[in-house]
Design a protein around this ligand. Structure first.
Ligand code: COA
Length: 319
């Protein structure tokens, strides 16, 4: 008993912001950003908020695969940049898709850049409970609204976009095997937008990150969580057709593949053009790779998330 991936789609911020443009107003260079991160440009959403991009991604998935949106029974949105605390981004997307009368379940999960993998974990468990037949899992972020555009250590990394995956219960399909963990973080290793208990305790509305700490954390946990997921699924990492790591930094992705002695060409990467879109990065990468022909339905893949929390997880399934 397992899950079938029925549709995948994505939407990107409408404005391309290149490294060269960034270097015109902060103290950085195209060469520095490219060498340290692999990023050459990112896409920024000036007019559409997180729920708008999420809606576009879900519509793209439904149109590409000729799926009737009314057949969707639940929407799970992974985001750390919602339009509001409430209503949830998922409820907004439900309304924008015209699914109000469907009385579906809709909720957000905030697990930073690991959010899509957690959404997949929840979605596949709900399908396996047989309470639902079809669930849309969306990763959607407008990071540009929480970036400090004067902080060259963070604003160069992130972009805006959304990706959607529709998964169905299918008794004949293989299982989606997931593992997810959180370490707990009181240190503010990666933190954004607090609401103070007392008004005088002002919290910055922007993202702050201890980049080196996050880097060390990522290269430490990625190989182990991938191995843990493969063992749980009773398969070897080498047998996977492709790996889709959270698109945080090309150096992190290259390191993980090398450390696990995996063929680097099996790692899907779009970070050069899209930047780090946090919870949206995995479904965007899957959708773009399917569209471009570097991923194919029927292939066994593993997706790997890591980020604020500090959280990390992996899931393996047949695309
Ligand atoms: N342009 C030019 N110079 C920059 C810069 C920029 N955008 N950002 C930092 N620098 C400078 C630093 O000030 C430092 O200068 P100094 O040596 O004079 O003090 C130097 O470059 C090296 O900085 P450092 O922080 O050591 O660079 P790094 O190699 O660790 O790369 C990151 C910085 C942010 C790219 C890297 O730490 C990283 O990718 N971390 C993980 C971040 C991440 O993935 N976050 C999301 C997780 S979901």
């Amino acid at each position: 008993m397992g899950i079938k991936v029925s549709a995948v789609g994505h939407a990107l911020g409408e404005r391309v912001l290149t490294n060269h443009e960034l270097a015109q107003y902060i103290d950085t260079s195209h060469e520095w950003i490219l060498e340290r991160t692999g990023i050459t440009q990112r896409t920024i959403s000036d007019h559409l908020n997180t729920s708008d991009l999420g809606t576009q991604a879900l519509k793209n998935a439904c149109e590409r695969y000729e799926i009737d949106p009314l057949s969707i029974e639940a929407i799970i949105v992974a985001t750390m940049t919602p339009d509001h605390f409430t209503p949830s981004t998922a409820s907004l997307i439900q309304a924008k898709m015209g699914l109000n009368p469907s009385k579906i379940m809709a909720f957000d999960v905030n697990v930073a850049c690991s959010g899509f993998v957690v959404g997949l974990d929840l979605g596949s468990a709900l399908l396996e409970s047989k309470r639902f037949k079809r669930i849309a899992i969306i990763g959607a972020e407008v990071f540009s609204k929480i970036l400090d555009w004067n902080d060259r250590t963070t604003c160069i990394l992130f972009g805006d976009g959304a990706g959607a995956m529709i998964i169905d219960y299918d008794a004949t399909a293989s299982a989606c095997v997931c593992v997810n963990h959180s370490e707990g973080d009181l240190e503010g290793t990666l933190r954004a937008c607090g609401v103070p208990l007392l008004q005088e305790e002002a919290h910055p509305l922007t993202l702050s990150m201890q980049g080196k700490e996050v880097y060390r954390f990522a290269v430490d946990v990625i190989p182990s969580v991938m191995q843990e997921c493969a063992t749980k699924a009773n398969l070897t990492l080498k047998s996977l057709d492709h790996i889709v790591l959270h698109q945080a930094n090309q150096r992190i992705m290259d390191y993980a593949m090398k450390r696990l002695q995996l063929d680097p060409s099996k790692s899907i990467s779009n970070i050069a053009k899209v930047g780090n879109t946090s919870a949206a990065s995995i479904p965007i990468a899957v959708s773009m790779a399917l569209h471009e022909g570097s991923l194919h339905h029927g292939e066994r893949i593993m997706v790997v998330g890591f980020g604020g929390g500090l959280s990390y997880g992996a899931a393996t399934f047949t695309l």
